[in-house]
Design a protein around this ligand. Structure first.
Ligand SMILES: C[S@@+](CC[C@H](N)C(=O)[O-])C[C@H]1O[C@@H](n2cnc3c(N)ncnc32)[C@H](O)[C@@H]1O
Length: 387
C-alpha cells in the first residue's frame, strides 16, 4: 500500500473504530424496548461498502452488525438504509449487500442524501434511529441535519442520535473570509451548512487576518465546530453532544471533527466509552504502522505502545483527579456527566470509566471525597460527595 493510501486509511480508522464500538451497544440498549426490537441505521454518505483492499467500510460493517445483533440471545432487528451519490460506489455497495446482507433488511438509494432523507426518516418513525453522516466534503445544511430530530423525544420515546463528520474543509472556507476577494457564493454555502452566518463572526474573532498563525486558524475552526454543535443541540431540543477532534498526533491539527448528538444521557455515556476505546485502537494502529520497516516490526512495537498507553492513562488520571478536586472544593455533590465541560474538557471522548474510577480513588486517598467507586458500574452518573 502506498503511504498516501495508508494516510487516507488511517484517517478513516478512527471513525470506523468508533462506529464499530458503538453500533452494537446502541442496537442492544435502544432495541430492548422498541417495537419488535427494531432499530434503524441511516448511512447517508455510504461509500462502496468495502475498500479496494477488501477492508470494511461503513457499509460492510453495518451489515456485519445487523447479522451479529440478529444472533444475540435477545435478538435485535436492525434495518439499514444507505444512500450513495456516485453510481459506481452504489453499485459496489449493492454487490457487498448481495454477498453479505442475506436476510438483513436493507435499502440502497442512488443519489443525494438531501433528497432521500425525509422518506428514510419516515420509514424509521417509531423506532430507534442512528444516522451517520460522513461526507468527504461539506455536509448537508444544518436545517436538514436537525430535521432528523423532528420526532418525539423525552422519556420512553425511541432514541434519536446522529454522528457527523464535520471535515476540516471548514478551514479552507474560513480562509476565504480573510482573502482579498472573498467569494460570497462560497461563503453562502457555508452559511447554509452552519444554519446561518454566525460562523463568520466566530471565525474572525479567533482568526482576524489572512496572516493568522496555524494556532489561530485551529482555534477559529474549533470555535465554529463548537458553535455548530451548540446549534444542533438547541435545534434537537435539549440534546447533548460530544465533539471529537481527530488528529494524527496530539501536536498536529485535526483532520476532521466528529460530532455526536443524542437526546439520551445514556447515549452520551455509551458513546463516550466507545469513543475512548476507538481512540485507543486508533493509537495502536498508528504505533503498528510507525513500526513498519523498523527494528520494532517484529512485534516489539506493541510493548512500547503499551508503555505509552500506561503513561497516557497516568496523565489523564492525574488531570481528572485535579479537576474533580477543584469541583469538590465548591462543596456540592456532582456527577461527572453533570460537570462534563469542567471535568472532561479536552479529555471528552478520550477518557472513560476506568480512568474515572482511578481518579476518584486517587482523590479519595487524598481525603477529598467520601465516595467509593468500588462496584459502581456507571461512574459517569455517580454522585461524588465532598469529604
Ligand atoms: C467519506 S465517503 C464515505 C465513507 C463511508 N461512510 C465509510 O465510512 O466507509 C463519502 C461518500 O459520500 C458520497 N457522497 C458525497 N456527496 C453525497 C450526497 N450529497 N449524498 C450521498 N452521498 C454523497 C461520496 O460519493 C462518498 O462515497
Amino acid at each position: 500500500m502506498t503511504n498516501f493510501h495508508k494516510a487516507k486509511k488511517s484517517a478513516a480508522v478512527l471513525k470506523h473504530e468508533i462506529l464499530d464500538q458503538y453500533a452494537s451497544p446502541f442496537a442492544s440498549k435502544t432495541g430492548l424496548w422498541s417495537v419488535d426490537h427494531r432499530v434503524a441505521f441511516i448511512d447517508g454518505y455510504a461509500g462502496p461498502g468495502r475498500y479496494d483492499d477488501g477492508e470494511e467500510g461503513s457499509g460492510a460493517m453495518l451489515l456485519r452488525k445487523a447479522h451479529e445483533s440478529a444472533s444475540w440471545t435477545s435478538p435485535r432487528q436492525v434495518e439499514l438504509h444507505f444512500v450513495e451519490k456516485e453510481a459506481e460506489f452504489a453499485t459496489r455497495l449493492r454487490q457487498v449487500a448481495a454477498e453479505e446482507g442475506m436476510g438483513v433488511e436493507c435499502t440502497i438509494d442512488d443519489g443525494d442524501i438531501s433528497k432521500h432523507l425525509p422518506r428514510l426518516l419516515k420509514s424509521a418513525e417509531g423506532i430507534p434511529l442512528f444516522t451517520y453522516l460522513d461526507p468527504c466534503g461539506l455536509i448537508i445544511p444544518l436545517d436538514e441535519v436537525a430535521s432528523i430530530f423532528n420526532r418525539p423525544g423525552g422519556k420512553g420515546a425511541p432514541a434519536t442520535e446522529v454522528l457527523i463528520n464535520l471535515t476540516a474543509h471548514l478551514r479552507r472556507f474560513g480562509g476565504i473570509l480573510t482573502s482579498d476577494n472573498p467569494v460570497e457564493a462560497s461563503l453562502k454555502r457555508i452559511d447554509e451548512v452552519c444554519g446561518g452566518d454566525w460562523w463568520r463572526e466566530a471565525w474572525l474573532k479567533k482568526c482576524p487576518t489572512k496572516n493568522a498563525s496555524e494556532d489561530q486558524k485551529a482555534a477559529a475552526e474549533a470555535a465554529v465546530v463548537e458553535g455548530y454543535a451548540k446549534r444542533l443541540r438547541d435545534r434537537a431540543g435539549s440534546a447533548g453532544t460530544w465533539i471529537i477532534d481527530v488528529r494524527p498526533r496530539a501536536d498536529l491539527k485535526p483532520l476532521y471533527y466528529l460530532i455526536f448528538a443524542t437526546r439520551h444521557a445514556d447515549g452520551l455515556v455509551t458513546f463516550g466509552e466507545a469513543a475512548s476505546l476507538g481512540l485507543k485502537a486508533w493509537r495502536r494502529y498508528h504505533a503498528e504502522i510507525a513500526a513498519e520497516g523498523t527494528l520494532f516490526a517484529d512485534g516489539s512495537w506493541e510493548d512500547a505502545w503499551k508503555q505509552q498507553e500506561a503513561t497516557l492513562d497516568n496523565q489523564w488520571v492525574a488531570t481528572l483527579g485535579d479537576r474533580i478536586t477543584a469541583e469538590l472544593a465548591e462543596g456540592e455533590p456532582f456527577s461527572i456527566l453533570e460537570r462534563a465541560d469542567d471535568v472532561l474538557g479536552d479529555l471528552a471522548g478520550v477518557v472513560r470509566g476506568t480512568h474515572f474510577r482511578k481518579a476518584i480513588n486517587k482523590v479519595r486517598a487524598e481525603g477529598k471525597t467520601a465516595t467509593d467507586p468500588q462496584g459502581v458500574r456507571d461512574l459517569w452518573n455517580m454522585k461524588i460527595m465532598p469529604a
